[in-house]
Ligand binder design. Structure first.
Ligand SMILES: [Zn+2]
Length: 113
């Protein structure tokens, strides 16, 4: 996973006693009282589901690129990628074409969910 930092804001809550509430800077989600503002598993867990975190856009773009690439080489499943790679390695074709196809296979494997 790409190491995006989830920036956090602190604010004073309302009520009799002052308290610091840690909120998500992207969507305003409030973490339970006492959640540290950094390096806490609750923060990490929220980043994974926060709809407004910038990484959601990156994930959508990756999926779009994956889909376009899979459409270009007409292969998507891991088994089909293995099969295509085996065929490519013994096929007589221009080296540059083979390298481009092998790079596409590698990119699809690397970005598989
Ligand atoms: Zn959020």
């Amino acid at each position: 996973m790409i190491g995006f930092r989830h920036r956090l804001l602190s604010k004073w809550g309302e009520g009799m006693s002052e308290r610091t509430v840690v909120t998500c800077v992207y969507c305003g989600h409030e973490y339970p009282e006492g959640t540290p503002a950094a390096k806490h598993e609750l923060l990490t867990a929220h980043i994974k589901v926060c709809e407004k975190h910038p990484i959601r856009k990156a994930e959508k773009n990756i999926e779009k690129l994956r889909s376009a690439l899979a459409g270009l080489i007409n292969v998507e499943t891991p088994e089909d990628l293995d099969r295509l790679e085996s065929i490519l390695r013994v096929t007589h074709a221009p080296e540059s074409d083979k390298i481009a196809a092998l790079n596409a296979i590698d990119a699809l494997r690397t970005t598989a969910a």
